[in-house]
Design a protein around this ligand. Sequence first.
Ligand SMILES: [Zn+2]
Length: 280
Amino acid sequence: MRIFDPHVHMTSRTTDDYERMYAAGVRAVVEPAFWLGQPRTNVGSFLDYFDALLGWEPYRAAQYGIRHHCTLALNPKEANDPRCAGVLDELPRYLLKDSVVAVGEVGYDSVTPEEDRVFEAQLALAEEHGLPVLVHTPHRDKAAGTRRTLDVVKGMDPGVVLVDHLNELTVGMVRDAGCWAGFSIYPDTKMDPDRMVAILKEYGTERMIVNSAADWGRSDVLKTREVGEAMLAAGFTDEDVDRVLWQNPVAFYGQSGRLHLDDVESGGDYEGNTILRGTR
Ligand SMILES: [Zn+2]
């Protein structure tokens, strides 16, 4: 079983996780930029984080045979902090970097006017840079938040929009809109492997994407593999599993023209990702 985890926050995970992921079949990941738990107080704090996603984390992943890409954005939660607004001015030069495969996570957290403004600005940036968009849906009042999200992206090609963290209540409206549907599988909340299989039975495997969304909270980097096994146990074929766990995320992020899935090379000393910073 080959697995592409299209949403996992490896910055908050250990090397044991990389080893377990490789053993389970994970060969590539996308790490979206997100909130780090501790609020950031200035733009430079974001830039160091972006540089880590572009330099240090791919280097770390490569030690374990895993290809690492990222999505960059000002996340919806911190879009509300005026001290972080300058991130939008810095993003354009970061979106040029070769391992950035989408703009994200964008979208809503508490659905404020600031979030509206930052969401719209980042959709425009994605369009300018020819990148797809990873959209986070709020965990509170998910149905209303998802409906509003779909209104905002209505003018866009739905083929470049992945709406994430869906459940039984929100999958239908995202399918109707024609966007890619993302599901985060968690140990004890939101979506689990059996519920995911039931959704795949009802809606099919086209434009369906499954991720672990593992971060510093209670989460599990092997949830993608569990979904694959639950699919096989429920009568799906190997080809179905490959479509959901590999071909679909590759097709979605491949629209960036920047996926590198040749054999991951490991080794070599880490020099630090100083190229972008040196041009400031
Ligand atoms: Zn996330």
